[in-house]
Design a protein around this ligand. Structure first.
Ligand SMILES: NC(=O)c1ccc[n+]([C@@H]2O[C@H](COP(=O)([O-])OP(=O)(O)OC[C@H]3O[C@@H](n4cnc5c(N)ncnc54)[C@H](O)[C@@H]3O)[C@@H](O)[C@H]2O)c1
Length: 319
């Protein structure tokens, strides 16, 4: 029997897949403090991982650990160097974690460009009649240029939704061939700076790496159109938060949507929390009923497949 730690509660649908399988004995670990993880995690053969940071000091103690199955696709909360050195497999939910995030990006784009918060508040505050005389810009998506930065699983779902709104889609991803982007109806951007200069909407769907950290800073925002918007649902730190706040306050760009933050949860004095030009959500791009259930099942199934020797290559992170 394999001992499995379910690190951070996930949807019951996935937990029952493991609990109902006689090959596994599971324990849910909800206290994600380092002290608790260090004391609880040794002796498990495998773990699922949603939130919670698994660093080398914790992994050092997990002498039986063979596999980590991430509930999600990002893996910046795991020490991958340690995993590689110790031949511990890292799995991700490659098939279930892109529809909801791509819809969430559309929700943010629409929220900002259609002035949802402004109109909503106008009605609630009795300004139904006067709102037409007030200065508030809203925009059509049709014919606007979107630059999708990172043309992976989410980027490929997002492009279809953007084309449905008659947007012109440009994609910047040095690791994806031009013909692949074109086969989805997009145009490959080779020159990053040219791409951000021309875009009306910039959406980021890249992993957080040394290369992507601070990919968008104030110098880049100054090159963007005055009415450009930035949507970051990838990871905090890809867009520099301090610079973003400054660019919004100085009206260098029109607006932004953030699902992710440099520190999560963000500090209560983070100025972006009171900036009216930014639409916020709490790292919730996958928080639909469908996605949470499916991701949980895929997380569990990936572990089962690993121990049964039936793993699909798509689920394995090449580290
Ligand atoms: N907010 C959320 O809840 C949520 C949900 C899912 C994923 N995410 C984040 O979104 C990211 C993307 O998810 P995905 O499933 O599309 O991942 P993916 O691995 O399928 O695609 C990422 C793409 O980024 C590209 N890329 C890497 N470095 C780049 C760079 N320097 N410039 C441009 N492109 C680069 C890769 O070539 C790849 O095509 C994840 O890494 C994760 O951090 C967030």
């Amino acid at each position: 029997m394999y001992k499995i730690a379910i690190v951070d509660k996930m949807h019951e649908d996935g937990i029952s897949l493991l609990k109902n399988n006689p090959k596994f004995k599971c324990e849910v670990i909800e206290d994600l403090t380092k002290e608790n993880l260090i004391s609880k995690l040794p002796n498990f053969d495998g773990m699922t991982l949603r939130r919670g940071k698994i660093d080398a000091e914790i992994l050092e103690k997990c002498k039986n650990l063979k596999v980590i199955s991430r509930h999600g696709v990002g893996f910046d909360n795991v020490d991958i160097k340690f995993l590689k050195k110790n031949n511990i497999k890292l799995l991700v939910t490659a098939t279930t974690t892109s529809v909801s995030p791509s819809e969430h990006i559309m929700f943010m784009i629409l929220n900002i460009l259609k002035g949802k918060d402004f109109f909503d508040q106008s009605v609630r505050k009795g300004k139904f009649e006067t709102v037409m005389h007030m200065q508030h810009n809203t925009f059509e998506l049709s014919n606007k240029k979107i630059l999708i930065i990172g043309f992976g699983r989410i980027g490929k779902k997002l492009i279809k939704r953007c084309l449905g709104f008659d947007m012109q889609v440009y994609a910047y991803d040095p690791y994806v061939e031009k013909k692949v982007i074109e086969s989805f109806g997009g145009i490959k951007i080779e020159d990053f700076l040219q791409g951000i200069k021309e875009a009306d909407v910039i959406s980021l769907s890249v992993p957080l790496t040394e290369e992507t950290r601070n990919m968008i800073t104030i110098d880049k925002m100054k090159m963007m159109k005055k009415n450009a918007i930035i949507v970051n649902t990838s990871r905090g730190g890809v867009v520099n938060e301090k610079d973003l706040n400054e660019a919004l306050n100085k009206k260098i760009i029109f607006g932004a949507g953030l699902d992710v933050f440099e520190k999560e949860p963000p500090d209560s004095n983070n100025p972006l929390l009171t900036n009216e030009r930014v639409t916020l959500s709490p790292h919730a791009a996958t928080f639909t009923q469908e996605c949470l259930s499916e991701m949980s099942k895929e997380t569990a199934q990936n572990l089962i497949n690993f121990f049964e020797g039936k793993l699909s290559e798509d689920s394995v992170v090449k580290i």
